[in-house]
Each structure stands twice: as structure tokens, then as C-alpha cells.
Design a protein around this ligand. Structure first.
Ligand code: URA
Length: 191
């Protein structure tokens, strides 16, 4: 399947009830052949309105975090979410919604073929790394999943709620940058 076919099919999706309340399906943003892919949980209000992941306050913080390690959503990474439509009142996506939606992310991953996947927050880590993933204990560690390196950072919204988590995230970001230089150096050669 091509990117265009995939995006068109996703935008017509009615696999769960979230399609009834969405303004826009939030497909993804960034470089479609990036070596590094970031995965969040699901769109919030601003993302639903604009059709792009991480454009609210959390998104602004994410952009700052990315800049610290010379990453940029339009230059050298791809960003998507576990669920593509906004859960009402920003509740966590239900297991049934995640199951209905995950095929779109898997298809995106097959097209991007990232070397490193960075989960943003607990929900993405539990879906992509391990169901019992403990973000407070395992953030920043790397896990080999089928030959791809997976790691998780605290979600930007969690950092906004509890800035005491920021120093740990700074360390995690610098370790991520080192891993990118080691196994995906092309990331830093894009202009
Ligand atoms: N939070 C997420 O997990 N994803 C977004 O796209 C926005 C906020």
C-alpha cells in the first residue's frame, strides 16, 4: 500500500465510535522515510481541530524537547499516535479503540521502517513495548522488539503536570541522541 492509499483509507475509517465525534482524523506528520519515529497516545482538542499530532501545549513542549537533540518534525522524524481520533474529554483511549485503530499505526510503521521508535508516555509504551510497561521505572531504557530499538519517554503532558520529571527526561533525550548517532546517523545528515 502507498502512503496516499493508506492515508485516504484511514480518513474514511469508521472502525470505532470515535469517528462520530472527530473533526479531523489525525494521521501523522513528518518525514515518511525517517529512521526515528515518535508515537503518542491520541489527539487532544487542538490536534482534532488542526489534523496534526502534538500541536497544543504538550506539542510545543515536545518541539522544545526535540530541538534539544536536533530533531524536528519536518526535517528528520515521523510522528503518529496509537489512536487517530480524539477520545471525548481527552480520556485515555479504551482498549477496544486501541485495538480497532492499531492497524493504521502498524501500516505506517511498515512504510516508515524506523530503526528507533520512541513511545511518548505509558499508553504507547504498553501497546508497543510490553503490556505491563512501567513508565516511571523503565523510561529511557532501550528494548529490542523484532530488531527495532524501542524506548519510552515521559509524555509531554506529564512533564507539564509534574516538571520534577524534566531532569530525567533530559538525560533520556541525551541517551536517545547518542543511540541515534550510533545506529541511525543519517537522521542528523538531513537538511
Ligand atoms: N497527546 C498525544 O499523545 N498525541 C497528540 O497528538 C497530542 C497530545
Amino acid at each position: 500500500m502507498t502512503w496516499e492509499e493508506l492515508e485516504r483509507a484511514a480518513k474514511g475509517c469508521a472502525r470505532c465510535a470515535l469517528c462520530e465525534t472527530r473533526t479531523n482524523l489525525v494521521f501523522g506528520v513528518g518525514v515518511r522515510d525517517a529512521d526515528v519515529m515518535f508515537v503518542g497516545e491520541g489527539p487532544g482538542e487542538n490536534e482534532d481541530l488542526q489534523g496534526e499530532p502534538f500541536v497544543g501545549r504538550g506539542g510545543q513542549l515536545l518541539d522544545v524537547m526535540l530541538k534539544i537533540i536536533d530533531l524536528d518534525r519536518r526535517r528528520n522524524i515521523y510522528i503518529a499516535n496509537i489512536v487517530k481520533c480524539r477520545p471525548p474529554k481527552n480520556r485515555d483511549p479504551l482498549g477496544t479503540e486501541q485495538e480497532a485503530c492499531i492497524g493504521w499505526l502498524r501500516a505506517q510503521m511498515e512504510l516508515v521502517r524506523p530503526k528507533i521508535v520512541v513511545c511518548l508516555g505509558r499508553i504507547a509504551a504498553q501497546v508497543l513495548i510490553r503490556p505491563d510497561f512501567r513508565i516511571s521505572q523503565e523510561h529511557g531504557r532501550f528494548f529490542d522488539v523484532g530488531g527495532v530499538q524501542y524506548t519510552a519517554l515521559y509524555h509531554p503532558a506529564a512533564l507539564l503536570r509534574d516538571p520534577r520529571k524534566k531532569p530525567d527526561t533530559f538525560v533520556d533525550l541525551k541517551n536517545l541522541q547518542a543511540r541515534i548517532r550510533e545506529i541511525a546517523p543519517g537522521t542528523y545528515e538531513r537538511s
